[in-house]
Design a protein around this ligand. Sequence first.
Ligand code: GAP
Length: 439
Amino acid sequence: MAKAQETNIMDKIVSLCKRRGYIFQSSEIYGGLGSTWDYGPLGVELKRNLKAWWWRNMVYERGDMEGLDAAILMHPKAWEASGHTKSFADLLVECKSCNGRFRQDLLKGESCPECGGELSSPRRFNLMFKTFLGSVEEEASTVYLRPETAQGIFVNFVNVQGAMRRRLPFGIAQIGKAFRNEITTGGFTFRSREFEQMEIEFFVEPESAKRWFDYWTEERLNWYVDLGIRRDNIRLREHTQDELAHYARHCFDIEYKFPSGWAELEGIANRTDFDLKKHSEFSGKQLSYHDEEKKEWIVPYIIEPSGGVDRAALAFLVDAYREEKVRGEKRVVLGLDRRLAPIKAAVLPLLRNRPEVVSMAKKIWENMRGPFRVTYDDTASIGRLYRRQDEVGTLLCITVDVQSLDDKKVTVRDRDTMEQDRVPIENLKPYLAEKMEVK
Ligand code: GAP
């Protein structure tokens, strides 16, 4: 029963996302493409807000971070150096009856989870998407769509450090697309084949790596809580030795309590000097740092907080979803933090058959547009307009009525408290700006 209720919440989120323009299936008119998603008008705003706050908090507000936007395609040797061509693979088994393919590590029994058929013995399946550079489809021109953004940072370590005259410790932050040909997908956008990552590679002196690892683990957990994830729904889980990736000495996952159970939102890893040393070895270029005080060259250790934009967006959506009873009626609200909410205010005429009211509302909308996403809607009765805006998480509803024509004031309703304020039209912009002010 509990399971059915939990699944039901995810179904409701999926339906809301589609109906209200958050997330659509990719190429839906052609039947969709497995585990790839298009973010609609509201989804794109949510993701942009999420990324903008990550960038602001992780780059602008710190003195020890630089940004980067590396190419998705990299020299194929980079993936040999990183170990991805050899090790970035899952064990795959195939059902001899229905031909279903499954990740061996996720299987519960020994037979096919779909039809109960006999399974083949496991074989390794590399998760990187291959493509070709130029017009010749041959092995020499094979390149990969990056499965993580991190490698673009490692190979630019000396470029960034030199150009920006950085001393240790400092970090390089990057947001960008990554691609994995996942065998097992699902959980809506949770495991997609094309997704975005927000990654930091933080370069430190080897002796201070443990301290920085602890620091970043706490810092990143707090970031999600500060942006609205309920503390009870997020936790840290340490990787056991046999779970650790080939490059990691120590790793914590930040996990979110999704309706189907706890699952990874972000990983914080101590990657040691593995990556810089490997790229030095494969490229023949020295990727090290001159310590002016000690007068010696060292290879920094790297602490990596690596999160997914899509997973974070999904967690924020699930966490914000609530159903309430207001005067006997059901109210669905997306209680997203004001910084993440796609639409900050909606201007709504109370009487859509009164041209003066409609025209005044449109003028207000026009004047308010600019710093924040503000919308206008006159396609239903006011009750329905409120419900629509609550369901997508709009912070303020600004209602224009007949009285507004005389007193030049409007009613502003708060999404969460549902309290109403009568605000002079000329004060609306500063009123919204104050609501949005960063504390
Ligand atoms: N550079 C380290 C790295 O890529 P990872 O744990 O494989 O580590 C980091 O990925 C984050 O990227 C995950 O915590 C998750 O949020 C996101 N992620 C990974 N695979 C994903 C997928 N198939 N779909 C959506 N997000 C994914």
